[in-house]
Structures are given as structure tokens and as C-alpha cells.
Ligand binder design. Structure first.
Ligand SMILES: Nc1ncnc2c1ncn2[C@@H]1O[C@H](COP(=O)(O)OP(=O)(O)OP(=O)(O)O)[C@@H](O)[C@H]1O
Ligand SMILES: [Mg+2]
Length: 1015
């Protein structure tokens, strides 16, 4: 078995760390000074403690750690305090410790440590104990005189009686211990009803200075991140799914499961983990264990009625049998059923079943459900029956019921579940001689369906395998269209592969099977896939293939293919600079897809339309279109694929508009859905990294970039520039923020050489700008370093010639181009002697450079850029351009001009929370001695919304006033329901009402939303 790998960084505990850090030191202001930290085994209590201790230690606190050990009732008394003393003695020596105590009264400590001589045998036991307690208190008090102290008692569920008493004593007198933080950790899953720590916890929690904190399992976002950190790469979506569904966010379980994950699949439960989990079960009465075994066959959660029917026990007997399991925290009970506290406990019990038990138990569940489908929620009986018959190895019943259950009911298409069921039908096929008669569907048809469903679910390898199997069964001469579509399905599944050769071979073979005039619908579909994935970006063949597909689809009356072709053609129009035509085509695509109820093309149209609008600088509209698309993606069960794609299209405009909190919420929610496509992951992480960087969270930015980088190799062949160029720019900016200008120049030079930038001006301009800034920064940092200056000058020359041949379409690209020009001018000045090649070519606006000093030219250029960003409504690049303009104004001797620009820039940067930019602005203001004015401007409150609500809260209140529930608000804004509920409670607090109804009434009374329609 492989050794267990751990994550190099602590994942997802920022909130808990913040609470602990706030509880330590002078800033605690009456906050808690004792934290009782509970959490189930393996959830990360010790890890959190060691991270906190490391930070507190680095900040100068003294850390005293004592762990309780599992020894049974006669264990050593005071074990954790003995450990604490031993550590102190090691640090200060026995005399050093003694010197801290009044009159050197170490005799009392001799009871704990022999270093302090022999214990005072004269005093009675009770007196000695009381003195020991007092001495411990005194010791902590003295230690705290020298600086903050953290007393950390780990694993208090094993604390002996004496330790609990001493702890109670210290916590009770904690108020005199200024500067001491006591943290106690314990396993909440061990806190059964009669556990001796329970009453103590209850008693202590009543004290005002004690905070009880529960360490929850990691939610999906962080659980995936933990997997990525442990593996050192972004996991396949299917692996992340498997880990999450089994470990359910418990970090220890994640680590254990990942021990042997060969080929991206998990093995059975590791032995060590099984033993750990079964220990609690084996302590229960046999009768209880018997019912638990039955429950384990019923699933993670099983209803009381169903379990009663399957075990044949009556209600009372069942309740009686399960009570000890609930008391021991193996099961949790709710109004009408039971759930295992953790899925892996169930798995361990299942693994422990005898082979005969399996069949017997599952047959009983299946039969109970057949007799009474009402034992489970509506719609579930057919699926659960299928699962039980399959697990009971009843091949005929399983085949028939799996097929029946695989037919999606309603609109919610659970592709993963459907795929499992179809896979089972295929698996059982050979064991049931008359399978085709029984279900009325051929083997080939099943393979086709499986290939398609796997593709929808993002399971590309499986999709390709199913398609290959189907191709072996189909006769291309007799059914050319069918074979062509299978080849196309396989090609699609291969789009994330390492090269395009296989993909093109399949698509070419498909086209050969359906020449024009034969099966037009199929040919059109193949052509679209060809256009998307086989041709280089924006090649002439792309347009030709799409035009042909459009004609054929129209002729064949295939509206959804027609809509797809239109939506893709629109992107080409937009890339050519004709956005109006693009929007018109997208409108048509949407109408056609709408009337044909074709959700795939409908979402494609929404994605493309918001993309085009964003490129045009119509940020608000872009976000609105994408939001509407998200709502439909949710309806169609595509939240994880198309929904996360659209999330990018929501977040991008929000970020551009300076609504960073909103953008971050959307990104976080989308990442938490663990998107199936790598493209989406890269784009989401890249955007998240960019936001973090602008806000000054360099570590988070670097982390996002690293995760994105790990997934970059797998993004496939559809407009890679859209993903890779922004990634490259983020890397350059990160290096600059990290003060590594020469690395930034190298990275920029590499990136500039790697991409076909002229084909992708929308993404290329910002990269050129970042590259020019790298040149300028390097030039300023290393004046006199000839080699670096040479490299930087070379890069600058390359940038100029690239920029000279690159189009700038629409207002955003034009603003980008102006910014590049300004950066390039400033960089040219910084690298010093400008070699002839760096001089702007005539084509590149040299018009206004005549007769001006270099500083005046740079000033004019940044002013022009600022004006363009102002018109485009993007506050961040505006503030940035203003700062650079102010720099140039100062260099040109215009102090008032500089102050005015800095004031505005400071206002914008503060409003955004762009901390690094704000700091740069202040630094420049300081060095130019215009700090006062700017600082004053900087502290102006951000634009006020009514009632002191933030812009986001205002938006949420609007939806509340509309009568929307939290899940509806969450879906509307593409944030998590938890985030929505936090907003709602903040709103209620701010406007001082108790309920959402009152909030709505207040909003109506104040006519808050009369003028503006709901989004
Ligand atoms: N937030 C986290 N980020 C990364 N790794 C984590 C995190 N939380 C826990 N781990 C890892 O999971 C494993 C279990 O964590 P830990 O030992 O802290 O759990 P615990 O709650 O103290 O469990 P126990 O009750 O058994 O003492 C460790 O290897 C730890 O490094
Ligand atoms: Mg621990």
C-alpha cells in the first residue's frame, strides 16, 4: 500500500483561523479567550491547530501543547499538563520554571514531573491538588507577562478526570489570565450521551468568554482542492466525484482513499480505515449490529418504514434495536429515518457482510419496494429497486429494472445515474438470453445511448469506449448516417486528447460516409464538430464548414443543428469585427432553438451572446444574458457543464464593472460545482486568480494560477487562446507582483512567442500590455544591467511589431490598445537608450509624439487610455491608467495634475478594494508629498445605496421583495444557497426587521424598486 500523502497546505479553514487569531492577543476586545473546538475524527482539528500554532508562534506567542491519550480509566492523571510542563522545562530549564513561581513553589509540580524533586507528602491530597491548580494558574499568568500564550489541550475526549478538573478550574478563572488563549479540541463523534466530557463542555459553554466551535467537513469546493493538493495536479472530474461521494469532505478519509488511486479510480476501502471505522460498531450489542447490517444494504439513509419492512421488525423493536447506534453516533436519526454518520461507516459495514447476507438483504429490500413503492419518495422506487436487484445478483430482475430506471423521468436529467444504469444493463446483457425481447431495445442502441450520455456527463473516455464498441456492431454500408454520428460522438469524446490526429481521422471518415445529398442532418452535425475542434482557430475552412452545415440543416429541417451552426457562425462574425451581424445571428439561433425546445443550442447561443456583448463592452447586458442562460442550464440538469461555462460569462463582466464581491461569489459557487470541463476550470481559476491578485491576496492568486496551470494541458482544441493567453498574462502579472521583473520579462517573451496573437486580439492585447509593463519594471529595477536591458529591449521591439499588425476591434480592444501604447512608451523610456527598432513604427500612432518630451508623451498616452476606460466603465484599468498618468505628470513637473489624477485613482482603488493598487497610489502620493489630499479623498465612503446596503445586498433585497426563496435567489444570482442566506440575514439586520416578509414590506413602503425592474 502506498504511503499516505498529505496536502502541503491547509485547505479551506480561513474562517476558523481568523476566529482563533482574533481570540489571541490585544485585539480580542472582549471576544472569546477560550475556544472549544469539536469535530469528528479526521476532520482536521490537529492540522488546524498546528497551522494556528505555527502562525501564532511566528507572531511571537508562546505555544504550550498537551495531548490527552487513550489509556482507559486508570491512565496517567494530568497527562496533557505534564506534557506542557515538560516542554517548558526543556525550554527554560527546571530553574527557569521555578523562577516564575512565587517562592519557587515547585514542590506541587513534583506530582507531575520528577525534575521538581519529590512531592510534598505532608499536605493532604485535597490540599495538594488545590495548590497544584493554583500554581498552574500562576505559571500561565507569569508566562503571559512576556507575551501572548496559547495553551492547547488536544483530544479532550480522552481526558482523565484530573485533567478535566484542572481544565475546568483554569477556564473558570480565565478572566484573570490576560493574554492567554486556551484551546481545547475533542472528537464530537465520541460524545455519546454519557460521555464524561459532555457535562463539562455544556457547563463551560455558558461562560461568556468561551466559544464553542464546530469544525465541519470540507465542502465540495475545498474537498476538490484538497484532492488537487494531495495529488499535486487537478484531478479528473470522475475521480473528484468518487472521492467526494465517499469521503464526504473528511480530510483524513480523502487522504486514505487517495492512497491507491491507480489510473484515476479509487480502490476498495483501505484496511486501516475500515478497522478505524468499525471499532465503534463492534462495541454495540449484537442485536443492534444485526439491524445495522440490514440498514447498510438500504443505503446511506434509509427510512424507518422501509427498514422495518426489510427487517420484519415492528416499529418498537426497530427503534429499540437502533437506539444504541444513535447514542454512539454511528447513526443519526431524524423524523422518519436514519442516516449513517458517515458514508464510509456504512461502506465498512457492507465490506464486512458475509456473501450470503448480501443477496438475502438486497432481495428483501427489492421485494419490499416492489410491494410498496410508497416506502420511498415519489420517483425513487424504480431506481432503488434496480439497485437492489442488481446487488442481489438477480440477473433478469436487475436487467429489466435497470433499463426501466434508466429512462429519465421529468426534466432533471441525472446523467451520471443514467449512465450507471445503462452500464449495468450492458453488463447483464450476455447473462440474460432473451435480453432484447425483454426490454425491447437492441444492444447497439444501448451502446449508442451510453456513448451519448457519457459524453453529456463529461465522461469522455467512457464515451469514446462505448462509441468504439458500437462502431464494431454497426454496418456502415447499410446505415451510413448512424455510423457517421457514432464517429462524431467518438471524435467529440476525444477533443480533450493529446492531439487532433484521431479526432480529424474520425470526422473525415464520418464525412466520407455521408457525402452531400445523403443524410444532410448527420452531415451538418459532423461539419459543426469539424469546424469547432479540427480546424485551427478562425481558419477559412471553419467558416466554409459552418456555412455548409447551416444550409444542410435548413434543408433537412433539423432545427437544433441549424441553431448550432448559426451560433458558431456568429462567433466568426464577431471575430471579424462585425458584432452587429453576430448579435443578429445569435438572436435567430435563439429563436430557432427555442421553438424546437433544443436546450443544447439554446445554451450555446446564450454563451456566445454574452461573450460577444462582453467583447463589445456591454458588460451589464453580457451578465444578464449569461444569468438567464444559467437558469435554463439548471432546469436541464446541465448546471455543472453549461452552467459553469455561463458562470464565467457572468463573472467576467461583473469583474470588469468592478463588482468584485459578486464576481467572486459566482466563481466560488461555480468551482464548488466541480465543473466537468477542463476549459471551464481553467477559466474559472484564472479569473479567480486575477481577482485575488487585484485584491492583494498574492498567495490565493498564486494558488489559483497553479491549479489552473495543472489543468491547462487538458483543455482541448477549441479556441485554446481564449484560455491560455489570459493564463500567460496572469503568470506575468504574478511575477511582477512578486517583484521578479526579470522572470516576468522571460515569461512574457516566452508567451509572446507561443501564441498566434494576431488571431486573438481580444485576449492578446492585455498580454502585450502586461509584457510591456514587465519590460518597464525590469528597466527601472536594473538600470545598468546591460544583459537584462538588452533582453527587455528585444522584447519591447517584438511587442511593437506585434502590436503594429494586430487589429483592435470595438471599444474594449481599443482601450486595451491605448493602454499598451502608453505602457510601451513608458517602457521605452525606462530601458534607456532606445535602439532604432523600438521606435514606434509609423503605423502606430506616432502622430502626437512630435515635439513632446518623453514624459509628456507618456502622460498624454495614459490620459488617452484612462479616457477610454472611463467610457467603457471599467474602474480598475481606469484607476491604473490614472496612477501611471500621475507618475508621468510628476515627471513632467505638473504636481497639481498629478494630485488630481491620484485623488481620482485612490477613490476608485479604495472603492474596489484593490489593495496593491491603492498602496502604490499612496506611495507615489507620499513620495511627492501630496499625501494629505489623496488620503482624504481615499477615505470617502463608497457610493451609497439606500439603507446602508451594499450593491449586492440591494440586489438580493429586490429578489426578497419579489417573494423569492433563498434557493431561488441563489439560482438567480448563481451563488450558493448558503451565501444567499447570509446576505438575507445581513439585510434583515441592517434594516432592522425580523423576517423577509417585513423586509419586503419595508422595501415596498420605501418604493425602493419602483424605478428599476428585477434582473
Ligand atoms: N484543512 C485541511 N487541509 C489539508 N489537510 C488537512 C486538513 N484537515 C486535515 N487535513 C489532513 O487530514 C488528516 C487528518 O487530520 P487531523 O489529524 O488534523 O484530524 P483530527 O480532527 O485531529 O482527527 P483526530 O480526531 O483523529 O485527532 C491529516 O493528515 C491532516 O494533515
Ligand atoms: Mg487530532
Amino acid at each position: 500500500m502506498a504511503p499516505r500523502a498529505t496536502s502541503p497546505v491547509l485547505v479551506g479553514r480561513a474562517h476558523q483561523l481568523a476566529v482563533l487569531e482574533a481570540a489571541l492577543g490585544p485585539s480580542r476586545h472582549g471576544g472569546p479567550s477560550v475556544v472549544l473546538l469539536g469535530g469528528e475524527a479526521g476532520v482536521g482539528k490537529s492540522r488546524l491547530m498546528s497551522e494556528f500554532a505555527a502562525r501564532a508562534g511566528a507572531a511571537g506567542a508562546r505555544i504550550l501543547t498537551g495531548g490527552c491519550v487513550e489509556l482507559g480509566a486508570d491512565g496517567l492523571p494530568f497527562a496533557p499538563f505534564t506534557a506542557v510542563l515538560r516542554e517548558l522545562v526543556r525550554d527554560l530549564g527546571p530553574d527557569g520554571v521555578a523562577a516564575l513561581l512565587p517562592g519557587g513553589a515547585t514542590r506541587d509540580f513534583a506530582r507531575l514531573l520528577p525534575e521538581f524533586g519529590s512531592a510534598d507528602s505532608e499536605a493532604g491530597d485535597i490540599v495538594a491538588r488545590a495548590r497544584l491548580f493554583e500554581q498552574m494558574l500562576a505559571l500561565l499568568e507569569r508566562l503571559a507577562d512576556d507575551g501572548p500564550v496559547v495553551l492547547l489541550i488536544e483530544d479532550a475526549h480522552w481526558a482523565d478526570r484530573s485533567t478535566r478538573d484542572l481544565l475546568a478550574f483554569l477556564v473558570g478563572r480565565q478572566q484573570v489570565l490576560d493574554g492567554v488563549l486556551i484551546v481545547v479540541t475533542y472528537r464530537s463523534d465520541e460524545m455519546h450521551r454519557t460521555h464524561p466530557l459532555r457535562p463539562l463542555l455544556a457547563e463551560l459553554s455558558r461562560l461568556a468568554w468561551v466559544e464553542r466551535m464546530d469544525l465541519p467537513r470540507l465542502d465540495r469546493l475545498y474537498a476538490d482542492e484538497l484532492v488537487a493538493r494531495i495529488l499535486g495536479r487537478e484531478p479528473e472530474a470522475s475521480l473528484a466525484d468518487q472521492v467526494y461521494s465517499r469521503a464526504d469532505g473528511n480530510p483524513l478519509f480523502v487522504e486514505e482513499l487517495l492512497r491507491d488511486c491507480a489510473g484515476g479510480t479509487l480502490s476498495v476501502l483501505p484496511e486501516s480505515l475500515r478497522e478505524l471505522l468499525l471499532a465503534a460498531v463492534r462495541r454495540l450489542p449484537e442485536e443492534t449490529q444485526e439491524v445495522l447490517r440490514a440498514a447498510s444494504a438500504g443505503g446511506q439513509r434509509v427510512g424507518h418504514g422501509l427498514l422495518a419492512a426489510a427487517t420484519g421488525l415492528n416499529d418498537d423493536a426497530l427503534s429499540r434495536a437502533l437506539r444504541p447506534a444513535v447514542a454512539a453516533n454511528v447513526l443519526t436519526a431524524d423524523a422518519d429515518g436514519y442516516a449513517f454518520r458517515h458514508g464510509l461507516i456504512r461502506e465498512a459495514i457492507v465490506d464486512d457482510l458475509l456473501p450470503g447476507d448480501h443477496t438475502r438483504l438486497h432481495t428483501r429490500f427489492a421485494a419490499a419496494l416492489r410491494d410498496d413503492p410508497g416506502l420511498v419518495p415519489p420517483g425513487r422506487a424504480v431506481i432503488e429497486q434496480a439497485q437492489h436487484w442488481y446487488a442481489a445478483h438477480d440477473t433478469v430482475e436487475a436487467l429489466v429494472s435497470c433499463w426501466r430506471a434508466s429512462m429519465p423521468t421529468g426534466r432533471a436529467l441525472a446523467y451520471a445515474e443514467q449512465l450507471t444504469l445503462l452500464g449495468r444493463v450492458l453488463e447483464l446483457w450476455d447473462k440474460v438470453p432473451d435480453a432484447e425481447q425483454r426490454i425491447g431495445v437492441s444492444h447497439l442502441r444501448l451502446l449508442e445511448m451510453s456513448a451519448r450520455v457519457a459524453g453529456m456527463d463529461g465522461e469522455n473516455d467512457r464515451s469514446a469506449a462505448f462509441a468504439t464498441a458500437a462502431l464494431n456492431e454497426v454496418d456502415p454500408a447499410a446505415e451510413p448516417a448512424r455510423a457517421a454520428l457514432l464517429l462524431e460522438t467518438r471524435a467529440l469524446a476525444r477533443r480533450y486528447g493529446s492531439g487532433t490526429a484521431d479526432l480529424i481521422a474520425d470526422l473525415q471518415a464520418a464525412l466520407d460516409l455521408v457525402p452531400p445529398g445523403r443524410a444532410d442532418g448527420a452531415r451538418a452535425q459532423v461539419l459543426i464538430t469539424m469546424a469547432r475542434y479540427a480546424h485551427p482557430d478562425y481558419a477559412p475552412e471553419t467558416a466554409a464548414a459552418l456555412e455548409e452545415a447551416l444550409l444542410l440543416a435548413q434543408r433537412a429541417g433539423e432545427s437544433d443543428t441549424e441553431a448550432k451552426a448559426l451560433a458558431d457562425l456568429a462567433m466568426l462574425k464577431s471575430a471579424d469585427g462585425d458584432d452587429a451581424a453576430a448579435l443578429e445571428m445569435l438572436g435567430r439561433a435563439r429563436a430557432i432553438a427555442d421553438s424546437a425546445n433544443a436546450y443544447g443550442p439554446l445554451l450555446a447561443a446564450a454563451i456566445n451572446e454574452s461573450h460577444v456583448l462582453e467583447g463589445m463592452g456591454q458588460h451589464e447586458r453580457a451578465a444578464d444574458v449569461a444569468r438567464a442562460g444559467i437558469a435554463s442550464a439548471d432546469d436541464y440538469g446541465l448546471a455543472r457543464s453549461s452552467g459553469t461555462f455561463l458562470a464565467i460569462n457572468v463573472a467576467e463582466p461583473l469583474a470588469a464593472l468592478g463588482q468584485w464581491d459578486e464576481a467572486a461569489e459566482v466563481l466560488e459557487h461555480a468551482l464548488a460545482l466541480s465543473p466537468t470541463q477542463y476549459t471551464n476550470r481553467v477559466a474559472l481559476r484564472q479569473l479567480a486568480g486575477e481577482l485575488a491578485l487585484r485584491r492583494g491576496n498574492l498567495a490565493a492568486a498564486a494558488e489559483s494560477a497553479a491549479i489552473a496551470r495543472a489543468a491547462v494541458g487538458r483543455i482541448g482544441h477549441w479556441r485554446p487562446g481564449q484560455y491560455l493567453i489570459p493564463m500567460a498574462r496572469l503568470e506575468v502579472e504574478l511575477l511582477l507582483a512578486d517583484r521578479k521583473p526579470s522572470d516576468a520579462v522571460a515569461a512574457a517573451a516566452d508567451a509572446v512567442g507561443r501564441f498566434d496573437l494576431a488571431a486573438d486580439p481580444r485576449y492578446a492585447w492585455p498580454l502585450l500590455t502586461a509584457a510591456a509593463r514587465a519590460v518597464g519594471t525590469a528597466g527601472r529595477a536594473r538600470r545598468g544591467n546591460g544583459e537584462l536591458a538588452g533582453q527587455a529591449a528585444d522584447l519591447l521591439a517584438r511587442l511593437h511589431s506585434l502590436a503594429g499588425s494586430m487589429p483592435a476591434r470595438g471599444p474594449v480592444q481599443q482601450a486595451d490598445r491605448l493602454t499598451f501604447r502608453a505602457e510601451a512608451l513608458s517602457a521605452a523610456a525606462a530601458v534607456g537608450s532606445v535602439p532604432p527598432a523600438v521606435a514606434p513604427p509609423a503605423a502606430f500612432d506616432a502622430a502626437d509624439s512630435d515635439g513632446k518630451t518623453p514624459a509628456a508623451q507618456v502622460l498624454a498616452a495614459f490620459d488617452a487610455a484612462a479616457a477610454a476606460w472611463e467610457a467603457d466603465g471599467q474602474p480598475y484599468p481606469l484607476a491604473d491608467a490614472l496612477l501611471r498618468a500621475a507618475e508621468a505628470a510628476l515627471a513632467a513637473g505638473d504636481r497639481d495634475g498629478a494630485a488630481a489624477r491620484l485623488r481620482r485613482a485612490a477613490e476608485l482603488a479604495d472603492g474596489l478594494g484593490a489593495r496593491p493598487l491603492a498602496a502604490e497610489i499612496q506611495a507615489l502620493a507620499r513620495s511627492a508629498r501630496i499625501r494629505r489630499e489623496v488620503a482624504q479623498a481615499g477615505h470617502k465612503p463608497a457610493a451609497a445605496t439606500p439603507l446602508g446596503l451594499t450593491a449586492r445586498e440591494f440586489e438580493v433585497l429586490r429578489l426578497v421583495a419579489d417573494g423569492r426563496s433563498n434557493p431561488e435567489i441563489a439560482a438567480r444570482l448563481f451563488i450558493s444557497a448558503k451565501t444567499a442566506s447570509v446576505h438575507v440575514s445581513n439585510i434583515l439586520g441592517k434594516i432592522g426587521v425580523a423576517s423577509r416578509g417585513e423586509a419586503a414590506a419595508a422595501a415596498h413602503r420605501l418604493h425602493l424598486f419602483d424605478a428599476v425592474p428585477a434582473p
